[in-house]
Structures are given as structure tokens and as C-alpha cells.
Design a protein around this ligand. Structure first.
Ligand code: G6P
Length: 475
């Protein structure tokens, strides 16, 4: 196998499932990334390398929906040290403003180095001469440099989906220099926001000592590395189309009915993660009920919490905390047939998400820190009648584009309460004005535009080697 374009991400865009005949098979997990990358993958006959989850050992490369997929195995020890440990117990909290305390363990770091090396070796063995390799996210920050050592002929891009922290936080990391050098193996390092790119360049200057000028880093071997922002987006047209379908319209109606046709539905949809600010948002809502500003006959909060990283201790603690809070709020403030919070600990297919977005009057997205937050963008894409309100944390990357949302500081409970109440009471004209502006932003800047701009920029990088990838064929 030899590919002109290789995508390297921790996850494959498929999940392992049991087929109807009892044998193991694959089901597509249509996340944003695969929608974005699929067209350019097809145009270049690309290959995707990633982990399907679990610890199965005898996995062979396979075709899925016209894509070449190469599954990486992971031992139980690697799951614990690389995935649950260094990626999600060290980097994740460190890069999200220390919302939880990162742990630094040398065995976790060793696991991280080992798995990154295996991913790099796999990519090196698959990429054709002069191919483009696009490496994704915080789990694989050492891959660019490891890959460059194995294959100096490649054009390498890296994209970080989560925030890149300020130097003051990053420098706690005992392996800070190795991570920076790992990323510098890429020709182009992409971030969600200009602030992340600037943090990176500043750290490279301070900690590695390379010369920098604006968004460029000059390496001693004559190579330059560019660091720039490429805010990610969603398949806006796809979501709108889904939201407009009859099936979703019916389902949205059924959801409202099941909730007792309240005047207003508040909605939160998040991975169950401590960065998302779920606890504070539910408290704010419950205080609005307790203060008498809202009544359970008129308003309900639907909170979907998608199970995530359940073996990591901080995630277990969070789950217990939310379970207890929801129980207490419903016990104190609910009435028969009228819980204050309708809480669902589950993941749902895109159709059900679109129906929830359609059913909800006020979407509440209040992370303490978030690279972008695609849920906020999906809600906007689904509001094709230019109605509905978005309450959005200032600390989500999406807040830089969705300026017409009710922007809140998630640490300020009173501020959140008053914005939620303003959104609840807003008149139709106000809602339309805000939603129309946000919808324009999202439709102009969708995920295809994001992938195109990264790939175009990568193909312009002045490397001595590497052939440019072909642009995606649009239907
Ligand atoms: C975030 C990260 C992704 C990650 C996803 C799900 O969006 O940026 O890299 O895949 O969360 O988390 P998981 O640990 O289940 O892969």
C-alpha cells in the first residue's frame, strides 16, 4: 500500500460493532473530521491511520465507504499510559487552562513516546515518495518530528483541535521542549485561534531558542515552519438539510410533546467532560427556578451528557457530581411529570441531535475552555427559521465567530443566570437578528472551507520536497 495523502489521527472514523450475524464489523462514526477530510481523501486516494478503540490485536487494513483505513492496535498498558494517562490525564487538563489538575508521570510519558513512534513508523511505511501527511491533535504531537526523521521527503501538516495554552501554563510540563520539537517536525502547524498560534511561536522562541518572525519559525537546518489559525467548522448545509427533513420535524415535535409542551426548552449537549461547565450551568438554571424567575410548568432543561473516557478518575468523579446535582435539583424543584432537568447519559445519532436542536429554544454552551465547540455551530446550522437563542461561553473558540450569541463567563453564575433569562425573554425580532447573522457566518465558513484552507496553505509551504495534493473534487 502506498498513498499520496495520509491522515494520522488517534481515532479511526469508524467504531467496532457486532454485526447481525454476531461477527465483528465496522460502523461509520460520522464526526466532523471525517466529513471534512473525506472529499480530499477521495481525490487523492488517501489512507487514514488511527486507533479503533479497545485492545484487539489482529486488525488488518480495510476499505470502508471508499476510504482506506489502517487500524493501529493498542495494548492495555498503552491504553493506560498513553491514552488515559499522558493524553487525557496530562495534556488535556494542561491545555484547557488547568480546569482539572494535570498529573505528571514518567511512565505515562514513556507510553506517549512509544505510541507516537509506532504511529510515525506506520505513516512512514505507507506514504508514497513526496506524499502529504496530515497529523491530528494532542495525542500525536511527537509524530511530525519522528516522521520527518524517518521520511524527510514528506510534506507534513499538523492540526491541534484543542486550545494551545499560554507559556505560563505550558512550561509546567517536564517534557515541554520535546513536545515543541515534536510539533516543529511539521511544515505547517495549525491551531483553532490566532492566540494559540502566537503562544506556540513565543514558546518556541523562549524554550527552543529558534528565530521567529510573526507566524514563522526558522530552524537551524534552513527549514521554516509556519504556525497559523484555521478555525474548524461543521458541515453546515448537511445539518440544515437534516433539520429540514420531515423525519426530524416529526421527531422534534414528539420530543416537545414528551416534555409536556413547555413554553421554552433549554438544551445542553456535551461530552461528559469537566471542561464543559455542565455543573455550573445546571446550577444557574436551578437557581432561576428557585428564585421564581422561571417555573417548571414553562421551562425545562434537557441535558445530554455523552459518556467519555470513563476509566479516567476525574471523569468518574464528574459523573457522580452531575448525577447527584441533577437528583437534588429534581428532588427540590420538580413536580410530578415535570422534572426541572431531563438528563440523558448517552450518545445519539446525528438525526436525534438535529431533532433536539430543532426542539430547543435556548442552547446553552458554557465550557470553561474549549478549542472550538462544534455543538454551538451545529445548533446555529439547524435553526433554518432564524429563531432560537444561543448562550455561549466567551472561552469557547466559537465565541470569536459567533459574536451575536449571548456571551457569558461560565465562572460567573449570576452573569449566566441573567443571560439565560434574557435569552428566555428575548422577542422574536431580537432572536431573528442575532440568529441570521450567526447563520451567515457558519454558512460561509463550513468544514469544507476549513479543510481546503489548511490543505492549500500546506501545499504552498516552501519545502524542498513533497508534491502538492490535488484539491477535493466538489460535487
Ligand atoms: C476531542 C478531541 C478529539 C477526541 C474527542 C473524543 O474532540 O479533540 O481528539 O477524539 O474529543 O475523545 P476520545 O478520547 O473519545 O477520542
Amino acid at each position: 500500500m502506498s498513498a499520496d495523502l495520509v491522515i494520522v489521527a488517534n481515532r479511526l472514523p469508524v467504531d467496532r460493532v457486532e454485526l447481525s450475524d454476531g461477527t465483528p464489523g465496522w460502523r461509520g462514526s460520522p464526526g466532523g473530521l471525517v466529513t471534512a477530510i473525506e472529499p480530499v481523501m477521495r481525490a487523492n486516494d488517501g489512507t487514514w491511520i488511527g486507533w479503533p478503540g479497545g485492545t484487539e490485536t489482529d486488525l488488518e487494513p480495510f476499505e470502508f465507504d471508499g476510504m482506506h483505513l489502517v487500524p493501529m492496535t493498542m495494548s492495555q498498558d498503552e491504553v493506560e499510559t498513553f491514552y488515559e494517562g499522558f493524553a487525557n490525564g496530562t495534556i488535556w487538563p494542561l491545555y484547557h487552562d488547568l480546569v482539572a489538575k494535570p498529573e505528571f508521570h514518567r511512565e505515562w510519558w514513556d507510553g506517549y513516546v512509544g505510541v507516537n513512534q509506532r504511529f510515525a513508523e506506520k505513516a512512514a511505511s505507507i506514504a508514497s515518495e513526496g506524499a502529504t501527511v496530515w497529523v491530528h491533535d494532542y495525542q500525536l504531537q511527537l509524530v511530525p518530528q519522528m516522521l520527518r526523521e524517518l521520511r524527510p521527503d514528506l510534506r507534513i501538516g499538523f492540526y491541534l483541535h484543542i486550545p494551545f495554552p499560554p507559556a505560563e501554563l505550558f512550561q509546567q510540563l517536564p517534557w515541554r521542549r520535546q513536545l515543541l520539537e515534536g510539533l516543529l517536525g511539521a511544515d505547517l502547524v495549525g491551531f483553532q485561534l490566532p492566540g494559540g498560534a502566537a503562544n506556540f511561536v513565543r514558546l518556541v522562541r523562549q524554550r527552543v531558542g529558534h528565530k521567529t518572525h510573526r507566524d514563522l519559525v526558522y530552524l537551524p537546518d534552513g527549514r521554516t515552519v509556519r504556525a497559523a489559525a484555521f478555525p474548524i467548522s461543521i458541515d453546515a448545509a448537511g445539518f440544515q438539510e437534516l433539520a429540514q427533513s420531515d423525519a426530524v420535524a416529526e421527531r422534534a415535535k414528539a420530543i416537545r410533546e414528551a416534555l409536556g409542551n413547555p413554553r421554552r426548552i433549554f438544551l445542553g449537549i456535551d461530552r461528559l467532560d469537566y471542561t464543559k461547565g455542565i455543573y455550573a450551568r445546571l446550577r444557574a438554571f436551578s437557581e432561576l427556578l428557585a428564585d421564581g424567575h422561571l417555573d417548571v410548568e414553562d421551562a425545562v432543561f434537557v441535558q445530554v451528557a455523552v459518556p467519555s473516557r470513563e476509566q479516567v478518575e476525574q471523569y468518574r468523579i464528574l459523573r457522580d457530581e452531575i448525577d447527584r446535582l441533577v437528583g437534588r435539583i429534581n428532588g427540590d424543584l420538580g413536580r410530578i411529570g415535570r422534572p426541572a432537568i431531563s438528563y440523558l447519559h448517552s450518545s445519539y445519532p446525528r438525526e436525534e441531535m438535529a431533532a433536539l436542536y430543532r426542539a430547543a429554544d435556548i442552547m446553552v454552551v458554557t465550557p470553561y475552555r474549549d478549542g472550538m465547540n462544534l455543538v454551538a455551530k451545529e445548533y446555529v446550522a439547524c435553526r433554518f427559521e432564524d429563531d432560537g437563542a444561543l448562550v455561549l461561553s466567551e472561552f469557547a473558540g466559537a465565541a470569536e465567530e459567533l459574536r451575536q450569541a449571548w456571551l457569558v463567563n461560565p465562572y460567573d453564575i449570576n452573569g449566566m443566570k441573567s443571560s439565560m433569562l434574557d435569552a428566555y425573554n428575548a422577542d422574536e425580532r431580537e432572536l431573528t437578528k442575532r440568529m441570521r447573522a450567526m447563520r451567515k457566518t457558519i454558512s460561509q465558513h463550513d468544514v469544507a472551507a476549513w479543510a481546503d484552507s489548511f490543505m492549500t496553505e500546506l501545499s504552498h509551504v516552501d519545502t524542498a520536497h513533497g508534491k502538492p495534493v490535488r484539491p477535493a473534487k466538489r460535487s
